[in-house]
Design a binder for this molecule. Structure first.
Ligand SMILES: *Cc1c(COP(=O)(O)O)cnc(C)c1O
Length: 364
């Protein structure tokens, strides 16, 4: 079995998982219709409610996060969808809505930017929409959007807010109840620092009430079923039991007061990373950060290399020194690399990484 010291793996998903969490997955199987499982489920739900900042149940899906993006659309009332697109994942949300047979209006800005709120308001006023989709933290670009404001605008115009906080929740503030988010989802393998394979969502009462009438909500991501089973502390189908063990261990480690600590730690990791990029930019070694100041996620930074430096060679040289960075997403692979400063990383582990990247930039 391969093992690796913690503090070497900085992909923006899947993120590095602590040995203690991996070890928790070695526990024997149990029936998912047993009191034992119900107790485990209850602990996981309780922990996730604290991270989602909600008093309502958090539904736990044995799927990747994309499954719940599809679930968000499928369970929404009939009608047009407005998709805010500012990167690869928010574009995927629009594609999913189309694939589910919806008419989709896309509000697009260049990748790296955030969608101006005035444009969202304008679009919502011009036409009636059933729902708005948006990425909270766009992992492909490192931009973070004001989903509180977007959700409020959607509400005011009679539309539901469907929020992808896959690389946000657990790292940057999400206030499901206070912001009245109708459907907010995340995955296990980003800021929660768990292995991939679980997805989580929380829905508003009104979203749940209308889900029963959704035209083609399908079966695997039927939110009405999730709610019925969650009330019994179970899942509709066989859950990924081993991943629940990992989740249980992580919820115990985060504890009742861990949510704000995570937000603060992620803000500190982002600050260290941003300051470092700025120094490198002044020294002529990097071109800067893709997302504009004031619109950056605290979980991932997308760094632009200087013209003439293929970002892939930086990622490879860092890898040769034993550390893993994220490559630039899609067409940005040659011009950017991504630093996933999220999950269970710390200012210390991130600083260790940045020192190595600096050495690579200085000496190749
Ligand atoms: C990773 C990611 C997804 C997709 O998650 P999967 O678990 O791979 O389905 C969606 N949105 C964002 C913002 C992501 O970072």
């Amino acid at each position: 079995m391969t093992t690796r010291p913690f503090g070497t793996f900085f992909l923006p998903g899947p993120t590095e998982v602590r040995a203690e969490i991996l070890a928790a997955m070695l526990q024997p199987m149990m029936s998912h219709r047993s009191p034992e499982f119900e107790a485990l489920y209850a602990r996981c739900d309780e922990g996730m409610r604290r991270l989602f900042r909600t008093t309502r149940p958090v539904f736990i899906s044995s799927s990747s996060a994309t499954g719940l993006m599809e679930g968000a659309v499928r369970n929404a009332p009939a009608g047009r969808i407005l998709s805010l697109v500012n990167g690869a994942f928010s574009a995927r949300f629009a594609e999913i809505a189309r694939a589910c047979g919806r008419t989709v209006d896309v509000l697009q800005v260049p990748y790296g930017e955030i969608v101006p709120l005035e444009r969202v308001e304008e679009a919502l006023r011009a036409q009636r929409f059933a729902a708005v989709t948006a990425a909270h933290s766009e992992t492909s670009t490192g931009a973070a959007q004001d989903v509180q404001a977007i959700a409020a605008m959607a509400h005011a115009n009679g539309a539901y807010s469907l929020i992808d906080s896959v690389s946000g929740l657990g790292g940057i503030p999400v206030e499901t109840d206070a912001w009245a988010l109708d459907f907010v989802l995340t995955g296990s393998q980003k800021a929660l620092a768990l292995p991939p394979g679980l997805a989580f969502c929380c829905v508003s009462d009104r979203y749940l009430a209308s889900a029963g009438d959704a035209p083609a909500r399908g079966k695997y991501f039927d939110i009405v079923e999730f709610a019925a089973y969650a009330a019994k502390r179970q899942t509709p189908n066989t859950p990924a039991v081993s991943l629940f063990y990992a989740l249980d261990a992580q919820m115990a480690a985060i504890g009742p007061t861990g949510t704000e600590c995570r937000w603060a730690r992620h803000a500190a990791m982002a600050a260290v990373t941003h300051a470092w990029v700025e120094t490198q930019r002044k020294d002529g070694r990097l071109d800067g950060i893709l997302a504009p100041c004031g619109a950056r996620s605290n979980t991932v930074t997308v760094v632009k290399t200087r013209a003439g430096t293929d970002a892939r060679t930086v990622v490879d040289a860092v890898q040769a020194r034993g550390l893993t960075l994220g490559g630039g997403y899609g067409s940005m692979a040659g011009t950017t690399f991504r630093v996933g400063h999220m999950g269970d990383h710390t200012v210390e582990t991130v600083s260790g990484l940045l020192a190595v990247v600096e050495e690579v930039l200085a000496h190749g």
